[in-house]
Design a binder for this molecule. Sequence first.
Ligand code: DQA
Length: 145
Amino acid sequence: MNVLVIHGPNLNLLGSRELSVYGPATLEDVDRVLRAEAQSLGIDLEIHQTAREGEIIELLHAGADRVAGALVNPAAYSHTSRAIADAFRAVPYPVVEVHLSNIHAREEWRRTSVTAEAARGIVAGFGPGSYVAALRALVKVGEDT
Ligand code: DQA
């Protein structure tokens, strides 16, 4: 089972960015935790980070014939991007939206995720553990379908 992981804008700055919100873990730390979980589940991960909306969409399209699912943290695009939401709808595999922080406990504008409307599910608020929980959920979706 191959799983695509896409980290959106500003997530490359984890570990120095808004520490009181996102904590001290770097993106490398997040990926290390996720890779360890994937290894124990026998899953191959393909991990990308990009600040560009169009690249997120292109990565999703490119996964169509080779991934069983995707974990995507669209970061701030979650709150604005109908184009990424449509890409979630367009691909033939389930997409789980991931957020480190609990977006529903933050500023009003973050409480709406337009991309989450198109995701199979959403995990938010557990720091790097959000990705681990999302990966487990994705495996369960695969087993149930
Ligand atoms: C985030 C939450 C978003 O609102 C924010 O723009 C991010 C990170 C999270 O993982 O908690 O960049 O997606």
